[in-house]
Design a protein around this ligand. Structure first.
Ligand code: GYE
Length: 340
């Protein structure tokens, strides 16, 4: 196990300490040597983050950085893959070469990990998957996963919509839905899309007017929403955006077209993440509902590492519990206390 490599580094440094404290050895003070020793006992974590596309992602990266500090006993290496799986694969290979103690990965898409994760397994480096999931032949290629149930999030949104329309007496009405998807092949896209697809199947009067990929970014969602508006005009009852960044981009395009949204607006706006900005928009009535997706995985991943260090076996999969928010659920105090 990689714990050994950490101990090996410590032993090498300890030998250096003895030598340097011998008479005549200049430069190295005991203080420095101790510092080096302490550093050597840090647990090295290589973190392959998929990118920097949204507020959610920024909060997620921060959570990892705030958790894996030197004060907490860690040496954290972070690589931003800029949405490219090949960059993540390169980062993982580099972490293996560096003999890190643990690899943490937030995978951009679900498939295509078998080979590189086999390499990590062969090298004896435990891999902890965070946020989105990996779809591998052999589950033993990763040690544990922690994140959200994205399908459950989609289902929450769809059930909410069903109830909301019913409360308005619109359950028989033809409902035209525009759907902006996240990165294709990512768990967040797959789960949230599946939720909507099920809703479309079970509600004969719901129709998909347009479905485009917004890549989970504000800029892309704004661009595709402008195109959608040109194609379908203003016959839109519901806009289903797979994250807050996309919702903000789409809102900009709707503003430009003079179409209103949210409470009392022309379009019912559904979003995911419940980031600080997203919740504020929801509180102000610009979004009708925002489904929670918690990005604060740093402490959860650390708990897994602590268990592994203690020789315990962590849960293979850990789903974070989540809810949804409507404008009336929200207050400024609540939003600012959440920390993301
Ligand atoms: O919803 C989105 C981000 O994978 C859950 O990725 C995450 C998603 C999140 O870009 O904002």
């Amino acid at each position: 196990m990689k714990g050994l490599s950490r101990k090996r580094t410590a032993a090498v440094l300890a030998a250096g300490l003895c030598l340097c404290l011998a008479p005549g050895c200049g430069g190295q003070t005991e203080e420095n040597a101790k510092e080096e020793l302490m550093e050597s006992s840090l647990i090295t974590v290589g973190f392959s983050q998929l990118g920097n596309e949204s507020d959610w992602r920024v909060a997620n990266t921060e959570s990892v950085k705030e958790t894996f500090t030197e004060e907490n006993g860690y040496n954290l290496l972070v690589e931003d893959a800029q949405q490219k799986q090949e960059n993540q694969i390169t980062a993982i290979r580099n972490f293996i070469l560096l003999e890190v103690d643990y690899i943490v990965i937030a995978p951009v898409v679900e498939t295509g990990w078998d080979e590189v994760l086999s390499e990590a397994k062969e090298a004896g480096v435990p891999v902890i998957v965070m946020d989105r999931q990996v779809d591998v032949e052999d589950d033993s290629l990763y040690t544990a996963w922690v994140g959200s149930d994205m399908y459950a999030e989609g289902k929450l949104a769809v059930d909410w919509l069903s109830d909301y329309l019913e409360a308005q007496g619109r359950q028989e009405e033809d409902i035209s839905i525009v759907h902006i998807q996240g990165t294709l092949g990512s768990s967040a896209q797959i789960g949230r899309t599946e939720g909507l697809d099920e809703g479309l199947k079970t509600h004969e009067n719901w129709h998909l007017a347009a479905r485009e990929v917004g890549e989970f970014t504000q800029a892309k969602a704004c661009e595709v929403m402008r195109e959608i508006l040109e194609e379908v005009g203003d016959d839109i009852d519901v806009l289903y955006c797979e994250n807050d960044s996309e919702a903000f981009g789409a809102m900009q395009a709707l503003d430009e077209a003079g179409i209103t949204y949210g409470e009392g607006g022309d379009v019912i706006l559904i979003s995911f993440d419940a980031t600080e900005a997203g919740l504020r928009a929801c509180m102000e009535g610009e979004m009708n509902v925002n489904v929670e997706c918690n990005p604060l995985h740093g402490p959860r991943v650390e708990e897994i590492i602590r268990q592994l260090e203690a020789g315990e076996e962590p849960e293979k999969e850990e789903y974070v519990e989540e809810t949804l928010f409507e404008p009336e659920d929200l207050t400024e105090e609540f939003i600012s206390a959440r920390g993301y």
